[in-house]
Design a binder for this molecule. Structure first.
Ligand SMILES: *[C@@H]1O[C@H](CO)[C@@H](O)[C@H](O)[C@H]1NC(C)=O
Ligand SMILES: *[C@@H]1O[C@H](CO)[C@@H](O)[C@H](O)[C@H]1NC(C)=O
Ligand SMILES: *[C@@H]1O[C@H](CO)[C@@H](O)[C@H](O)[C@H]1NC(C)=O
Length: 429
């Protein structure tokens, strides 16, 4: 994996697209060009990820060929970015290159996508992804000595091949996550190939990396599924919970502005546009790091890291401590007389505020749990705001929330008991 060199980099704005809002603050400009530089240096790997995720049956040779073509394209555009072909959206340029590979569209049956343009084409390629990868052989496992030899003789080709094999089997995992996995795999190889007992080292060190990939893959699939099916509102609700629990200190206004960035990032990542995804994610992370004083005390070290580790580090950082002056109960949603007026003024904002206030006070509850509580509250208010005496009617809200929590606690307990009685072997996944 190529690391970023911060010295003497030039701000190239090739790959700069209208779909991304331009940075305005100096720090953002810095982060933007660092991200840009990262993308430029990793064009090969990014191409491999995108291609292997779109056309999972493509061979490694085909993927390598495209990576080479895209690297040439980058060089061309870095030399002269006023060339007409350099004004394209990066993902469109990539799809164009895929479509113009001789015989390939026919061989892998995606000519119908190439006959479309713009959004229709992107959508067609996206729909071509197959979540069920049963048609691919299991991930090849190499003998440790062979692995070390292969890495030693050509580390770039070895990593390319690894990224290819993982990407085609995980067509929905975000590019930054796959790049992080590649960085970790490389670290593992460097360490283990020096060891006496290589096999044991690989076995031990691979476990957390694979778990990490599996966990993120499943999370990203779920969130993108909800996003693509139900639209940005659901995504925003999920992230109100996640961010408020992680950053209980954050102000509502800051949270709302962060949510806009998160939403834009997901639209790129979920659709498989790696460049948009990397830029989007970087924007979210710079936003968080720039405002860290008012957001969290737990991310200082993460913010000193580089792309893509910085993002992964923040995602996995600990929840910040609940501010001392933040009481556990927030009476304004259950005891205030003008709840219904506030709700009527703007239901979306009202519910967002509720979810924010409840989540930052209840860092121990799960996301689905908090979303359920918000639903319970919303249903209750629908009923109560039409009742004769609304405040009386919604004064039971808190005990309803407790009921919801208890119900899911019982469910979890039942599941755990079932799990214990089945024993470890009963849990297959
Ligand atoms: C860059 O490309 C443009 C458009 O094709 C051309 O007019 C210009 O002469 C090129 N500049 C250089 C330095 O090659
Ligand atoms: C090729 O793709 C088309 C359109 O998705 C589909 O109808 C057809 O069955 C596919 N053919 C093969 C051989 O996979
Ligand atoms: C709800 O649960 C909390 C925490 O267990 C408790 O402090 C509170 O009194 C309960 N409220 C109601 C109305 O049951």
């Amino acid at each position: 994996m190529k690391q970023l060199k911060l010295v003497d980099f030039v701000i190239f704005l090739f790959f700069l697209t209208e779909s991304l809002s331009l940075p305005t603050k100096p720090q953002d400009v810095d982060d933007f060009s660092i991200t840009q530089k990262f993308i430029e240096e990793n064009v090969g790997y990014i191409t491999i990820i995108t291609f292997a995720q779109y056309i999972q049956k493509a061979s490694f040779e085909e993927v390598e060929m495209l990576a080479k073509a895209m690297t040439e394209y980058r060089d061309q555009c870095l030399t002269n970015r006023t060339l007409p072909q350099c004004s394209k959206l990066p993902n469109d340029a990539l799809l164009e290159a895929i479509c113009s590979m001789e015989g390939l569209p026919k061989e892998h049956n995606f000519s119908h996508c190439c006959s479309k343009v713009d959004f229709e084409r992107r959508l067609c390629f996206f729909l071509n992804k197959k979540a069920d990868v049963g048609f691919l052989p299991p991930l090849p496992t190499l003998d440790p000595e062979v692995k070390c030899q292969a890495y030693k003789s050509n580390s770039e080709s070895f990593l390319s091949n690894y990224i290819y094999e993982v990407s085609r089997r995980n067509p929905f995992v975000f590019a930054p996550t796959l790049l992080t996995v590649a960085v970790r795999i490389e670290e593992m190889i460097k360490t283990c190939c020096e060891e006496q007992d290589k096999a044991n080292c690989f076995q031990t060190k691979a476990v957390p990396v694979i778990q990490y990939l599996k966990a993120l893959s499943s999370y990203q699939k779920t969130v993108c599924g909800a996003f693509l099916k139900f639209g940005p509102q659901v995504l925003k609700s999920i992230y109100i919970v996640t961010l408020s629990q992680k950053f209980p200190k954050i102000e509502f206004k800051e949270l709302t502005s962060l949510l806009e960035d998160v939403s834009s990032m997901y639209s790129g990542c979920c659709e498989g546009d790696a460049v948009h995804c990397i830029h989007g994610r970087s924007k979210v992370m710079s936003h968080i790091c720039l405002k860290q004083d008012s957001i969290s005390s737990k991310i200082k070290e993460c913010c000193e890291k580089q792309i893509p580790e910085r993002g992964e580090c923040i995602i996995h950082s600990y929840k910040d401590d609940r501010p001392e002056d933040l009481s556990l109960r927030e009476a304004k949603f259950t005891e205030n007389k003008n709840v219904c007026e506030e709700r009527n003024a703007d239901q979306h904002i009202f519910m967002a505020k509720f979810l924010y206030e409840y989540s930052r006070r209840h860092q121990e509850l799960s996301t689905p749990e908090l979303l359920r509580i918000a639903n319970v509250y919303d249903d209750l208010l629908k009923e109560c705001c039409n009742a004769e005496n609304p405040p009386d009617c919604y004064s039971i809200a808190e005990s309803k929330f407790n009921e919801t929590t208890e119900k899911s606690l019982q469910m979890v307990q039942r599941e755990c008991e079932r799990f214990q009685s089945l024993g470890k072997d009963g849990l297959k996944y």
